[in-house]
Structures are given as C-alpha cells and as structure tokens.
Ligand binder design. Structure first.
Ligand code: ATP
Ligand code: DGY
Ligand code: MG
Length: 433
C-alpha cells in the first residue's frame, strides 16, 4: 500500500488543529467574558510574530467594534489590512528599523492607554523575538543586530539565544507586561518552543523570566563571544550582573498578578489531531513525543530503530507513530537542506531495503531551513531509487545537501507557507514487511 497520500492528509489535519486563526477563536470567549464584567473601558490588541496577522484577524472578526485600538507586528509578506488593528511589517530573524519603530509606537500606545480600566489582549507567536525589538538603553539597533547574527551563527539553541536577547531588551523577559501595568493582560500564545516554555516563546514578553544576567554572560562565554559582541552589550550584561541595572521581571513581581498567559496552539495539539484523524481512518496510532530534540541524524536513527522494532513486535500493524519537536543540524558541509530533509535522508539510510515503513518529516510552517520545501517523504526504496539514478545518498548527507538529494529523486514535500508554526512533525507508518 502507498501511504504517501495518507501521511500528507494526516499532516494537514495536524496543521488545521493549530491554525492561529482558529486558536484565537477557540479562546476569545475568555476575553469577552472578562471584558463584559464592566471593569474595563478600553480593549487594546497588541501582537507580534509570524502568525500575528492571522491572530489579529480572528480578534477583529470576533470582537469587532468592541475593540478600541491595536497594533501588531509581523514578518514582511505575512501582513494584511484590518479595520481597528494596525498591522506593521518588519524583518525576521535579524531585526530592522521598521520593527524598532513599530515597537516604540506600541510602547507609546500602552503608555497612553494602560490604566486599571484597560484590558490588553496580546497575541504572541514564533518570530516575536525579532519583530518586537526595543534595545535596552545604551545599545543601538545596529549592535542588537550584530549580537543576534553572532548568536544565530554560533549555533545557540533558542533558550540560549533568548536568554541573551531578554537581557538586552526593554520589552522581553516580562518587560512588556511592565509597560502595560496597571492594565489587565491576556496573552494568546502559539508555541514554537519545546515544552511550551512561556519565558522562551518570543522571549516571554508577558511572562516571568527565570534567567539572569549571569546566565546571559554564560551563554556568551560558552560560545566564545566575549570579544566578538559589541562592547556596549558586554558592558550592559556586566552592569546587570553587578545589580547596577534591574533584572528582567521575576515571578514574584506584582505585574504578573495582572497577567494570564494562554497557549492557543502547540506541537502536542497537532500530534493529537493527527492521531485522532488516523484513528478515524481506522488505523492504530501512537504519539511518541512532542519534545524530540537533538542532532537530526541521531533522532532519525532513534526513530528508525523504533519503527523496525515496532514492525517486529507490534500486533497492531499498520501503526502510525507520531512525533514532533525541533532537532538541530550541525551544518558542516556546503549543501542545502533543513532539519526535516536531513532527518528524512538519515532515516532512509537506516531503513534502506526494508519494506512496510514510510516517514514524513516536515516543518509545520511549511519551510524547512532556507528552502522552498516543508520536508520530505521516504521509505525503504528511497536509497535504491537514488542509487539507480547514480546518486550517493551518504555523500549528500555528509555534505548536508539533503534538499538537493530529494529534489533529484522527487521526494520533497512542498506545501508553501502554512500560516502556522508549531515546530516540526514526523509521521511514520509501520506496516508488515
Ligand atoms: N544545509 C543544511 N542542512 C540541514 N539543515 C540546515 C542546513 N542549513 C541550515 N539548516 C538548518 O535550518 C534551520 C533554520 O531553518 P528555519 O529557517 O526553518 O529555522 P527555524 O528554526 O524553523 O526558524 P523559524 O522559527 O524562523 O522558522 C537551522 O536549524 C539550521 O541548522
Ligand atoms: O521568536 C522567538 O523567540 C522564537 O520563534 C521562539 O518563540
Ligand atoms: Mg522554520
């Protein structure tokens, strides 16, 4: 049986469940009932992230004229026009002048409107760290850009990257919530972070921060960046460590009595929808984990072993094994690829020649690394097919050239931008050999 179409359908069923527009609509009742208590005179919407426009659209559709005002910042090409909420576009992943201007305007808007009688609805999604940008006093936008580039290139994970970003910002690490004080804040969050850590998603602008200046300095030390970052950044972090400037907001801060953070979509939700749909189609299905991390080719080995073992021992075939999370790729070769195509290629090598196993691995945002593909689909024939075409799959993996590998054997899974982002998804179907 050719499972490719079923795998694709299941992937899209997963995406549907984490559509940011639907996510907002599912929870908007909480905002409405709070607003209708009569305690508020003003209902403000702010937001930032790659899904900000879709989320804001849902807010406008649901709240209409109740909305007083609003401003959200999204990535270039991801915006649109709304009636009450102003949409600004800015650069991602390296921030730019537009992001800075829009963020300053957001802070002004909050300053003008934030009273006890204001309810702020804050829409947060992945990419928010770059789009909401307000460097701490003493740091220029250029310097902020330089640090971001250095950290991204050094291979920091999102926790490490955001630990530094939070400590050189006037809005991250809970500081945006401070700008809203004494208004009430409800944040709707589409999570693109493993474990849905509120302080990490978009650098936790409305969440208490557990990291400190010391942690930020530790990140710079770990990646040997002390001499590379702009001196103003090092200076700021050191001042912070000495207690000369205030820390990011911690959980005992009274500001957080005013805040409710709600996750409206995450990887786990997508995996659950996939499982649900597989079962509806009459298959057995099992969620492995929504927190897969580690080097993509190692994760591929783990998943391949699991699939092979399942094939030998499970009485319930065909069985769908569903997982998600975000792997990493240490890019050593000159090739083109993303986490998902790299994982898929490594997986194909592990199951070469075996019958009955097919894997789909793809980014939920429809973009895998710097490519136009979401990921790839492989089975036990993939490696043979490549060899028949005179290609050496191992060589492609060595060169981190998985995108070109799948392009040549027509194994790419291309969706275009999906409008959501809850990290990556793998679906494996294991059938009898
Ligand atoms: N040649 C390559 N082969 C495999 N992976 C690569 C290659 N080049 C870059 N990558 C990986 O692609 C990832 C960047 O992809 P992408 O832009 O989808 O990032 P992301 O983490 O999903 O960010 P975003 O939240 O902006 O979508 C990095 O993890 C990087 O290691
Ligand atoms: O914006 C960010 O910090 C990342 O996308 C994680 O949320
Ligand atoms: Mg991506």
């Amino acid at each position: 049986m050719d499972y490719k179409h079923i795998l694709k359908d299941l992937f899209f069923a997963g995406l549907k469940s984490v559509d940011p527009h639907t996510g907002v609509k599912n929870y908007i009742g909480e905002v409405l009932s709070e607003y209708k208590t009569g305690k508020y005179e003003t209902l403000l919407t702010i937001g930032f992230g790659k899904a900000a426009y879709q989320m804001a659209l849902a807010v406008e559709e649901s709240l209409g004229d109740l909305l007083t005002n609003g401003l959200v910042i999204t990535k270039y090409g991801h915006g649109g026009t709304l009636k009450n909420i102003k949409i600004e576009e800015a650069a991602h992943p390296i921030p730019d002048e537009n992001g800075l201007k829009a963020t300053n305007r957001m802070i002004e808007l909050l300053k003008k409107n934030a009273t006890e009688k204001t309810l702020v609805l804050c829409l947060i999604s992945g990419g928010g760290s770059a789009l909401l940008v307000a460097p701490y006093k003493g740091i220029t936008l250029e310097e902020k850009k330089d640090v971001t580039k250095l950290l991204l290139k050094a291979g920091t994970d999102i926790e490490e990257l955001n630990t530094v970003r939070k400590h050189i910002s006037r809005v991250k690490g809970g500081r945006l919530a401070e700008h809203c004080y004494p208004a009430r804040i409800i944040s709707f969050i589409l999570s693109d972070v493993i474990g849905d850590r509120l302080e990490t998603i978009a650098s936790g602008p409305t969440a208490p921060d557990e990291t400190t200046y010391k942690h930020a300095l530790r990140v710079l030390k770990k990646f040997n960046l002390f001499k590379k970052v702009p001196p103003s950044v090092l200076d700021l972090l050191r001042k912070g460590e000495k207690g000369i400037i205030p820390e990011t907001l911690k959980k005992d801060n009274p500001v957080f009595k005013k805040v409710t953070n709600i996750i409206v979509g995450n990887n786990k939700k997508a995996l659950q929808a996939i499982k649900h749909q597989a079962v509806k189609l009459g298959f057995n299905a099992q969620i492995i984990s929504a927190e897969l991390s580690g080097e993509a080719r190692e994760v591929a080995k783990f998943l391949a072993n699991l699939a092979l073992k399942t094939q030998k021992t499970s009485p319930n075939l065909p069985l769908f094994l569903i997982s998600g999370g975000e792997t990493t790729v240490t890019v050593k070769g000159p090739g083109i690829g993303g986490r998902n195509t790299e994982l898929a290629l490594a997986f194909a090598l592990e199951i070469a020649g075996k019958k009955g196993i097919t894997l789909l691995s793809a980014g939920s945002d429809g973009t895998d690394g710097p490519t136009d593909a979401a990921g790839a689909i492989v089975n036990g024939d993939t490696v043979h097919k490549a060899k028949d075409l005179g290609l050496d799959p191992e060589r492609f993996l060595e060169n981190n050239d998985s995108y070109n590998f799948f392009k040549k054997i027509r194994g790419l899974f291309i969706t275009g931008p999906t409008g959501t982002n809850v990290m990556d998804i793998q679906i494996i179907v294991v059938d009898s050999p």
